[in-house]
Design a protein around this ligand. Structure first.
Ligand SMILES: O=c1[nH]c(=O)n([C@H]2C[C@H](O)[C@@H](COP(=O)(O)O)O2)cc1CO
Length: 150
């Protein structure tokens, strides 16, 4: 299974330790195409490459197209994550958004309001529940994948 993980980069890196935990758990379900998002070595300047922004955009849209499922940590607001989620909806990808109410923030209506409890799911969680929430989501997803392939 190919998994596209979204997390804030230029929107701010305060939650990178949580991204790391999430990506570690996601790697037990499949290949995480965007592992770099969880790297503590990556600052809020983003990746460094020649013609970086066009390269990053085109590579990430291509990875989104290839992905079987999209998981986004949406607590720290990020234009890039919002854009990725909009593109993922358009591609009819299965999406899980994770939000921590304990942050004191209110999630954008354009994310929470997109929840349909099917293709696009928004789940509130506490930091110490991250692995459990992912386990629940992926056990259902793997069940569906299995049923489809029979
Ligand atoms: O260097 C980067 N590399 C990269 O893969 N992204 C993608 C993946 C993240 O899920 C998302 C973060 O967007 P933003 O930088 O606007 O917070 O965009 C974004 C940047 C910088 O904008």
């Amino acid at each position: 299974m190919k998994i596209y993980f979204c997390g804030s980069i230029r929107g701010g890196r305060v939650d990178v330790h949580i991204y790391r935990r999430i990506v570690k758990q996601l790697q037990s379900y499949g290949c995480v195409l965007t592992e770099h998002v969880s790297s503590s070595g990556l600052s809020d300047k983003g990746e460094d490459a020649a013609d970086a922004d066009k390269f990053i955009h085109d590579r990430d849209v291509d990875w989104l197209l290839q992905s079987d499922v999209v998981v986004a940590e949406v607590t720290q607001p990020s234009l890039g994550v919002g854009y990725e989620l909009g593109r993922a909806v358009d591609m009819k990808k299965k999406v899980l958004c994770l939000f921590r109410p304990a942050s004191g923030r209110t999630l954008s209506a354009m994310i929470r309001g997109a929840n349909d409890n099917n293709l696009f799911m928004v789940r509130d969680y506490a930091e110490d529940q991250a692995e459990k929430v992912l386990e629940q989501f992926f056990s259902q997803l793997i069940g569906t994948f299995g049923a489809q392939s029979q």
